[in-house]
Design a protein around this ligand. Structure first.
Ligand SMILES: CC(C)(COP(=O)(O)OP(=O)(O)OC[C@H]1O[C@@H](n2cnc3c(N)ncnc32)[C@H](O)[C@@H]1OP(=O)(O)O)[C@@H](O)C(=O)NCCC(=O)NCCS
Length: 176
């Protein structure tokens, strides 16, 4: 029998701090590659701060291994919504629940803060388990091309999706 002498890892999920930004950019570059800036979701985030109160990182033994960003948005001029993304996990730490853990942690805090709806452009099979479902085609639009089957929303207030329709824009009046 082999007995491990390694101490257990110290895993921390916490809000993003200014000192994390460079490492998060590097993680996103590795996860998404250079084409990421052309994505419609990136266009919405342009001009917003680097992070909002709901952005989260996962740090293991001092190493930043996962990050998720949330941007306050308006949908058809209505406040109270967030855009989730990017979510990136270091491939060396994939499939250990860090991605879902970060999103779940942030959604819990967002609900407590009164956020009604979170939208994203992403893989439905992954996000369904976090409470996201497809937005009915044409109800919510983004300022650029999006595969409508990948436009998903999670209601943090029951029935909230029905109250939102129209184009998504950054909510520049929201706190950083
Ligand atoms: C996608 C990503 C965020 C997942 O993070 P993770 O921490 O590895 O995933 P988790 O541990 O939270 O979840 C693992 C589960 O999700 C599944 N999964 C992972 N990526 C998936 C995807 N793109 N679509 C569907 N399921 C996926 C795994 O098969 C696993 O399933 P299981 O629970 O049935 O075993 C991560 O792999 C990543 O950063 N990928 C590159 C960037 C990216 O594509 N981000 C956006 C996602 S739309």
């Amino acid at each position: 029998m082999v007995v491990s002498t390694q101490p257990p890892s110290e895993i921390t999920v916490r809000a993003v701090a200014p000192g994390d930004v460079a490492q998060i950019r590097s993680l996103n570059a590795r996860a998404f590659g250079p084409g990421r800036f052309a994505r419609t979701a990136y266009r919405i985030r342009e001009g917003t701060g680097d992070f909002s109160p709901f952005c989260r990182v996962c740090v293991i033994d001092g190493q930043l291994v996962a990050a998720v960003r949330f941007t306050p948005i308006r949908i058809g001029g209505r406040n109270g919504a967030l855009l989730l993304g990017p979510l990136a996990v270091d491939p060396a730490f994939a499939n250990r629940g860090h991605g879902r853990g970060l999103v779940a942690d942030a959604l819990r805090d967002a609900r407590e803060a009164g956020i009604a709806l979170v939208v994203l452009v992403g893989d439905e099979p992954y996000y369904t388990k976090l409470g996201f479902r497809r937005v009915p085609q044409g109800q919510i639009t983004l300022p650029g091309p999006v595969d409508t089957g990948r436009l998903l929303a999670a209601e943090l207030v029951e029935g909230a999706l029905a109250n939102y329709g129209g184009i998504v824009s950054a909510n520049l009046g929201a706190p950083p």
